[in-house]
Design a protein around this ligand. Sequence first.
Ligand code: ASP
Ligand code: MG
Length: 443
Amino acid sequence: MSFERVMKFGGAALADGPAVERAGRIVRDLGGERPVVVVSAHQGVTSLLDSVAHAAAMGQVEGDRIRIRHRSLLRQLGLDSELLNRYFAELASLLAEIGRRRQLLPGERDLVLSYGERMSARIVAHALKKAGLPATPVDAFDLGLTTDSNHGAARPLRESQEAVREALLQVPGVPVVTGFLAQDRHGNLTTLGRNGSDLTASLVAEAVGAAELELWKAVGGMMTADPTLVPDARVIERLSFEEAAEFAFHGAQVLHPEALAPALRAGVAVRFLDVNHPSAPGTVLDEHRAGGGPVGIAARLLLLRIGLPANGCGSRAERLVELAASLVRHGVEPAAWTVNGDRVEVLVVPGQAVDALLTEIGRRASVEKDLALVALVGRASSDDTELASRALDALARAGAPAREAIVGASRASQLFVVGASDLERAVRGLHAALLSPEGARFS
Ligand code: ASP
Ligand code: MG
């Protein structure tokens, strides 16, 4: 027997008792034959555990808030108030030990954080049982999900996928798997980095060969634009993995490309769904969407443009390499590159790393402040020049003229640099012209 569907619920989708019950109904009614459920810690719990761990290392041992939070969840759900006592006790002695030594080792921090997902998996599994669905809480490290030993940001090892599949097949009922947690080759507990549960869910979907990975969120699917900027922004129905990665790259709150990779590798369809509208189709990532024109807009404010002009010494290629090398050295990830004639330019998010980079490349660099980058995501159909000119037109009409356009049919997005103070106008204008149902949708 195999698993068709992996359903992942994030912390916000499990924020309190009613939210957990709602998730339970979704699994029961829409989970099909036998889903695998993957859960995050309840909203806010991981951050709370992190601060409790650091406080313990300073000698302030305090686990009450964690206990109170989870007891109130148990109470709201009508579950046994003793259900998590074992975890409260383990966590308390772990914190006491950290407090005694006044030191928090990376592996210990992972251990402390792990209680969030361990407890939420128990709570969700018991809530499912109470709703009449046999379910079993499972710790991902017990499934054999294995990573390197880089505590706090461990990377999965692909060799463990077969073991995970075998282990899941032995679990009775609906497995409720802890997101975010794994083990290294020596059996030490590791975590995948903040928001790592999406990656867990994607790995599990790959391991079991699921047809679909469902990411259930408290905020719907992916939107055509930030709804706080564009009131008539809509849920995007379908986009390619490449376009989703492009959204993520340009700062939209979507799935991290790393979390997409296992699903993409295994040909698993990924669907973003809204716990508040469970029957809405949400957004599906589909490998086969191609050349369909714009799907949405991502925007980044407060960018800085650094340019290296021609200065007599060295070719454009040398300047490109020089700038790339300094970016890498200072750990600065550029939002976009442009090469204009002899100038090499890069858009970056200001901060300490950029300051250090500027000190290094010194006075030769030109710096332009207060810029924003608008990414019109979606691979252009063959006529990319028409799309670009319509976009430029829309920006001009909206009073947010593009200072620069980085466009082309080979790109998964068309990029426009505008003044920071023009950003809202730019996003609204582009959306109205190219993405609103009334404004003729480009095709
Ligand atoms: N609970 C972890 C976090 O808050 C992992 C996750 O939610 O995906 O970062
Ligand atoms: Mg989360």
